[in-house]
Design a binder for this molecule. Structure first.
Ligand SMILES: Cc1cc2nc3c(=O)[nH]c(=O)nc-3n(C[C@H](O)[C@H](O)[C@H](O)COP(=O)(O)OP(=O)(O)OC[C@H]3O[C@@H](n4cnc5c(N)ncnc54)[C@H](O)[C@@H]3O)c2cc1C
Length: 350
């Protein structure tokens, strides 16, 4: 059982900034995300796009914003359960909550902050009848650790950035990479398309287009895929089949947690602290709704900050908290580090 002060569901920008704000209040956080990496939409959908409306940054790549948020929160030593979807929540007699993931990992906390954005991103799966039989037995929808494919034969399917980028990356790791796409044209970045073309000419990627994987087979583990090209069908022997068809967001299991939901978003008390109808459960960032809601990163940061203040009061009833500027109080990390402005530059005003 993983125990923490604030259990954050969703490691997007809102969830990541919560770690920092909670840390200032000496509250520890653990994050659960269905994706294998932190960053939410920023890292999954547009890591290389510049964002222009983060205060203080004239422009910042979404991927860099994620890196910076992780760095900013690192001193508060957050825990992560990645690649697992928060599935159920159970309220305990002491008022705390136990959240269990689809893989059975249990987490307990007095406060749950849902920062689930558009919901958990679920992989779009190919319409192949028996594919579920091979999930985790050779069929992967995410690449968590590229080393898993070292010296193995890999078939990747898809026409977007993920399929192109991973084909390029794995060309140096796997013993054989086959990229299958139903069209001759790819939707990914031009330089990635050109790189794949170059690796094809070097014999490092087998490019099969316009084609589709229509079947998978093997005993306990995948052994081959069936490919359809025009009217012809043929087999390719492989150790792994990785369909990368993108992700579709779904509010998913959180929708069954007894929370007030309006148009696929969780209703919160925005006049106070972004608490939901269940005391102790907050919803912040894109996942919530209230009059005037804007689905912007900076709004998620603001909501996270106010939510942490409320969570502090809930965890420490009766204890007074005086807001301090970080420039004045410095930051004491949970890892023993201390950040402090040089005294000559900043003087406390008492
Ligand atoms: C192409 C594009 C461009 C954008 N440009 C801008 C911009 O310029 N400026 C701006 O302010 N905003 C922009 N946005 C919007 C911005 O990305 C979102 O407002 C922001 O990502 C919301 O952050 P979040 O942390 O609330 O949610 P998200 O980033 O959506 O993260 C939520 C996370 O929760 C996880 N999750 C959900 N449910 C579960 C569950 N049950 N179990 C486990 N994990 C779960 C998801 O996997 C996801 O990783 C853009 C969005 C897109 C798609």
């Amino acid at each position: 059982m993983i125990k923490t002060d604030i259990l954050i569901i969703g490691a997007g920008p809102t969830g990541l900034f919560t770690v920092f704000e909670a840390g200032l209040l000496k509250l520890k956080c653990h994050l659960i995300d269905a994706l294998p990496q932190a960053g939410g939409q920023c890292s999954e959908l547009y890591p290389k796009k510049p964002i222009y409306d983060i205060p203080g940054f004239p422009d910042v790549l979404a991927g860099d914003l994620t890196k910076n948020l992780l760095e900013q929160g690192r001193q508060f030593e957050p825990g992560f359960t990645l690649g697992e979807r928060a599935e159920t929540i159970d309220k305990q007699e002491d008022g705390s909550f136990i959240v269990t993931t689809n893989k059975g990992t249990q987490h307990q906390a007095p406060i749950v902050a849902i920062a689930g954005g558009l919901g958990s991103f679920e992989p779009r799966k190919p319409l192949i009848e028996n594919i579920t039989k091979y999930e985790d037995h050779g069929v992967d929808y995410f690449i968590k650790d590229p080393e898993k494919y070292r010296n193995k034969r890999v078939v990747i399917s898809g026409g977007g950035d993920s399929a192109l980028d991973w084909s390029i990356f794995l060309a140096d790791i796997a013993s054989e990479v086959t990229l299958i796409h139903r069209r001759n044209e790819f939707r990914g970045a031009l330089d990635s398309v050109e790189k794949v073309q170059e690796l094809k000419l070097l014999g490092k990627i087998n490019l099969v287009t316009p084609s589709e994987v229509v079947g998978v087979s093997g005993e306990d583990h995948i052994e081959s895929v069936t490919v359809k090209k025009a009217d012809e069908e043929f087999q390719i022997e492989t150790d792994f089949f990785i369909p990368l068809f993108g992700l579709s967001p779904k509010l998913g299991p959180i929708g069954n947690w007894g929370l007030d939901i309006e148009k696929n978003a969780i209703k919160v008390d925005n006049a106070l602290d972004y608490q939901t109808n269940i005391p102790g459960i907050y919803a912040i960032g894109d996942v919530n709704t209230y009059p005037g809601k804007l689905k912007l990163i900076l709004c998620g940061f603001h909501e996270a900050t106010l939510m942490c203040q409320s969570a502090y009061k809930r965890i420490n009833p009766g204890k007074k908290y005086v807001l301090k500027y970080t420039t004045v109080s410095g930051i004491d990390g949970f890892d023993g580090t201390r950040k402090e402005a040089p005294k000559a530059v900043v003087k406390a005003i008492i």
